[in-house]
Design a protein around this ligand. Structure first.
Ligand code: 5AD
Ligand code: SF4
Length: 525
């Protein structure tokens, strides 16, 4: 934490712990008395700066410190006894994992988790800012929560995650939804206990958003969502500044965790019986660049490959930083799975240039070739944006041909959505919505076709499936994923949940496979 942040965090007023139980109806009073202009002046300007490309590009690494001494303040350790929390998570795996950290913090404060909003004493919305529709969903949910808050004034409702890092969002909440009790940013998660304490007593909305990224806090508690698959952050933030993307502003600069801290976490997960881990980062291929040691993702994965955990995945990759060392390590196989998610975004070199992706179509194809030569059976999946400003029909056709040429087996496809503060948002969003939708439909039809064709090849084959539990659609059917991330549904005794077993594929669908258990249930690792 730097000096300025320390000063900012001191603005949160200290509360006498003996007041904790005697703060009834404080929130109701606050709803009545709220004056959002005053709040903006008081909290917002002090702790927030809008996205600024020039400034963000001057980020320097030396301000980041690693801390191993986090603890929940004593007076907050039992504040949740007999109370419940609910966290709604929107967006990417990074948010899913942040939710696990916030669940850990709340659990250590005595709270229990619930899925029922009516039962909850604390509700947090962990938000996503990547596209406008993600934000609309959150505002819809905020609207739904208002009657509950009015009915239960002591309920604490908080908004956190990427949307909190946006000035326009914070202003809108202050103006239109002043019943919200707290807003905190992606760099302020570890401050949750103190912020919650403040929200319990304050008559005003508690707002703490650091525009500058914070330090790395290593020993935050976590309550993971399952006991089979686990997320492991290897780095935070992104320095790529693709022109359409809000992430470098909401998540801050790239900060890598130290290899030994990551390895220790993976070892602990393996010792606790986890079967699969996914190494997480917005741009994992840049892992290590900010450290003062010569050490990259390939080196890290090589060390992790020696740990006794059956499956290791990683996401998300940026083609520009995907180096030969990583390919060499991945090609050795073992527990490193050969499913590579490699967002391309567009098949046109001209569009890629204005997106500031820093590779051409040809360079991307050369990388795919290299990967395929080293790992002939690797599955490739991708992300694609259609309708970027000025994207011509021909440029979109380049995306269609690239999709087929690479033979992606799945793709997340998106209509371009301008994000305030990004360079692209200053350009006219000039592709009409009907054209964007038509392009998306054509692309999706091709994606479905390629996925179905990839699935068809599995018919009759025996695959290894990590069984996760009952299928979403039918509780009599179990489901799990293959090494190449294909969803398989099959009937089997519940005792196989959490195990890696062999399943014979009987029928391929577009996005999943049906199978039957290979006679003997032996765990195959
Ligand atoms: N509009 C549409 N899609 C976007 N993505 C990122 N920013 C935007 C945007 N402004 C997509 C990219 C990225 C994925 C996570 O979301 O394809 O890889
Ligand atoms: Fe956004 Fe990914 Fe580009 Fe980073 S690399 S700016 S997270 S699209």
């Amino acid at each position: 934490m730097n000096e300025q942040q320390r000063k900012q965090s001191n603005q949160i007023k200290q509360v006498d712990p003996s007041d904790i139980k005697s703060a009834p109806d404080s929130n109701l009073e606050r709803i009545k008395n709220i004056d959002s202009d005053e709040l903006i002046g008081k909290y917002f300007q002090a702790t927030y700066e809008p996205p600024n490309l020039k400034k963000a590009k001057k980020r320097r690494r030396e301000d980041v410190e690693v801390h191993y001494d986090f603890s929940i303040p004593e007076e907050m350790q039992n504040v949740g006894n007999g109370k419940k929390f609910l966290i709604r998570t929107y967006g990417c795996q990074m948010n899913e994992h942040d939710t696990e950290v916030m669940a850990g913090l709340l659990t250590d404060m005595g709270y229990e988790s619930t899925d029922d909003t009516n039962e909850a004493d604390v509700i947090l919305l962990n938000t996503c800012a990547i596209r406008e529709n993600a934000e609309n969903k959150v505002f819809g949910e905020i609207g739904h929560l208002k009657p509950l808050k009015l009915e239960k004034p002591d309920l604490i409702v908080g908004v956190c995650g990427c949307m909190s890092q946006e000035e326009s969002v914070v202003n809108r909440i202050l103006e239109k939804h002043p019943f919200i009790d707290m807003i905190f940013g992606t760099h302020n998660i570890h401050r949750l206990p103190g912020l919650l304490k403040e929200a319990m007593f304050s008559k005003e909305m508690v707002l703490e958003v650091w525009s500058k990224e914070g330090d790395i806090i290593e020993n935050l508690p976590k309550v993971r969502k399952g006991k089979i698959k686990g997320w492991v952050n290897i780095m935070y933030g992104c320095d790529k500044f693709c022109t359409y993307c809000i992430v470098p502003y909401t998540r801050g600069k790239e900060r890598s965790r130290m290899p030994e801290d990551i390895i220790q976490e993976v070892r602990q997960l393996a010792a606790s019986g986890y079967k699969e881990i996914t190494l997480l980062g917005q741009n994992v291929n840049a892992y290590g660049k900010d450290l003062e040691i010569e050490y990259g993702l390939g080196d890290l994965m090589e060390e992790i490959s020696k740990i006794d955990i059956p499956r290791v995945r990683f996401t998300t990759s940026h083609p520009r930083d995907f180096d030969d060392r990583l390919i060499e390590v991945l090609s050795k196989g073992g527990n490193l799975l050969d499913h590579i998610h490699l967002p391309v975004q567009s098949g046109s070199s001209d569009v890629l240039r204005v997106m500031a992706r820093r590779y051409t179509r040809e360079e991307y194809l050369r990388l795919v070739d290299k990967i395929r030569t080293a790992m002939p059976n690797a599955t490739l999946t991708t992300d694609i944006i259609v309708g970027f400003p000025n994207e011509t029909d021909e440029q979109f056709e380049d995306t269609m041909t690239l999709m087929a040429e690479v033979g992606f087996e799945a793709a997340y496809t998106y209509i371009y959505s301008p994000r305030e503060g990004t360079p692209a948002a200053r350009w006219e969003d000039n592709i009409p919505m009907e054209v964007k939708k038509e392009r998306l439909q054509r692309l999706n039809a091709l994606v479905n076709e390629q996925s179905a064709a990839a699935m068809k090849k599995y018919e009759g084959q025996i695959v290894k499936v990590l069984v996760e539990g009952e299928s979403k659609k039918n509780p009599d059917v179990l489901s799990g994923y293959t090494e190449r991330n294909k969803l398989v549904n099959f009937r089997a005794p519940k005792s196989v949940v959490g195990k890696i077993i062999e399943v014979k594929i009987t029928k391929a669908k577009t996005w999943s496979l049906d199978g039957e258990l290979v006679k003997k249930v032996v765990e195959v690792v």
